[in-house]
Design a protein around this ligand. Structure first.
Ligand code: NAP
Length: 207
């Protein structure tokens, strides 16, 4: 039976001030606090009815083949999440069932929306996938970790169009991710960063 859920999804990324996200198929920085935030947020299923918590509901993480390749083999598939890898060439190695691979972004979203046990779809990069995803009206939220240092990068996030996405209040970020996120600039080994949320303007401020 066709799903009646809207095919909505969120993007999660960490970028430099000029939108850099990667260098040599790796992250340009080491930021433990952001890695663990990414892990907690993409795993967390919250705010659902008690009947549903008894089922095996989880989130899906959708990524490009190069991002998949950039994850050390011992950490992939990312645990407690359905891993979805996009590849046109079909060259995805070691993707064990029940994780999935699709030749197009829209097909992956359509399929994930039809599954009854997916709470949220998180698009986790890299630049090719973000570029396609951010143009979709079904991209409702962008979780952005702003890294306040101009690291050298060869891969970039598409600049957020503030006519389409607005910066949300900190309380909206807390509500969306389901944890008490520290507010404002933080620092780890002298590197400053901040957890932010952008929301599609049509739904900005909705509770
Ligand atoms: N800072 C962050 O938040 C963050 C997050 C994620 C990744 N990264 C970084 O970003 C870099 C990797 O990103 P990237 O842009 O080079 O690669 P990517 O987007 O992860 O992967 C590109 C590959 O995905 C497949 N693909 C792309 N568009 C597709 C589509 N519409 N349908 C089906 N398959 C599609 C193709 O695979 P085939 O070649 O197999 O056809 C393409 O070669 C790394 O440096 C990584 O560390 C950073």
């Amino acid at each position: 039976m066709a799903s009646c859920k809207p095919p909505n999804f969120a993007l999660i990324t960490a970028t430099t001030p000029n939108w850099g996200i990667g260098l040599n198929n790796d992250l340009p920085w080491k930021l433990k606090a952001d890695m663990s935030y990414f892990t907690r947020v993409t795993k967390r299923v919250h705010g659902i009815s008690p009947e549903d918590t008894s089922k095996t509901i989880q989130n899906a993480v959708v990524m490009g083949r190069k991002t998949w390749d950039s994850i050390p083999p011992k950490y992939r598939p990312l645990n407690e999440r359905l891993n979805v890898v996009l590849s046109r060439s079909g060259s995805v190695v070691s993707l064990e069932s029940p994780n999935l691979s699709f030749p197009s972004f829209s097909e992956s979203i359509r399929h994930l929306t039809s599954l009854p046990d997916i709470f949220r779809i998180y698009v986790v990069g890299g630049s090719h996938i973000y570029r396609e995803a951010i143009k979709s009206s079904n991209c409702t939220h962008i979780l952005l970790t702003r890294v306040y240092h101009q690291f050298e990068c060869d891969t970039f996030f598409p600049e957020i169009d503030e006519n389409i996405y607005g910066l949300a209040e900190h309380e909206d970020l807390v509500r969306f991710v389901g944890e008490d996120v520290p507010k404002g600039r933080l620092s780890e080994n002298g590197l400053e960063f901040e957890f932010l949320l952008y929301v599609r303007r049509e739904i900005l401020g909705e509770r």
